[in-house]
Design a binder for this molecule. Sequence first.
Ligand code: NAI
Length: 214
Amino acid sequence: MSKNSVSNSVIRRLPRYYRFLGELEKQGTVRISSRELSEKMALTASQIRQDLNCFGGFGQQGYGYNVSELREKIGEILGVHSGNPIILIGAGNLGRTIATHMSFAERGFRLIGIFDIDPKLSGVEIGDLKVRNSIELERFCIENSPTAAVLCIPKEAAAEIAKRLQSYGIKAFWNFSHFDLRSENSDVIVENVHLGDSLMTLAYGLNSMNDTEK
Ligand code: NAI
């Protein structure tokens, strides 16, 4: 089955498999059955087999899965070793945190530039990069061909910046601004991230618990 025909929900589960398998590898687990993996991941064993069969299936009847091999293969599917060049726009509180705490290299990216519109931030060091002024964006993109961008800017600025970056060749957006970017065509992909949505899901869960206790 080609990657393109794999459902989005399966793809969204792959990073979780990759993370769990990484933890098992660290603990020294060499092989695991789909039942054991399903217990750890709170999925059903048949769900796991179905998911992994989308890519040809990796297990062996009676043996289960080789943890390192499966992790490596899922990593390949996800492209964790691709080193896609990515830039970050908006070196405020969130941008600085993401630039310093996110292991881009372990997740398929190489952070190569940080930009901010505020001239006071130009030259400030974040990790091993210096913040550049946004006026340098076009030249930087021509010279370094980043293909992805993290947006940590206010929502009012997001649409305009995204349009500009697309004209410089950016094809993928990890968007934290509270403006829901949409991919207008299949050449551009977007991941809108709202931590607040996740928190509200938790609030809903608590409220439902309280309701059933009444
Ligand atoms: P901040 O005010 O500390 O930083 C924003 C930075 O963006 C500033 O340094 C500013 O100069 C820069 N900026 C503004 N317009 C720009 C442009 N056109 N080009 C380049 N740089 C530009 O704000 P903070 O706390 O870092 O948050 C950034 C954004 O992310 C806010 O809009 C906030 O609401 C949002 N946010 C989203 C979260 C999420 O889960 N999606 C979580 C937390 C914040």
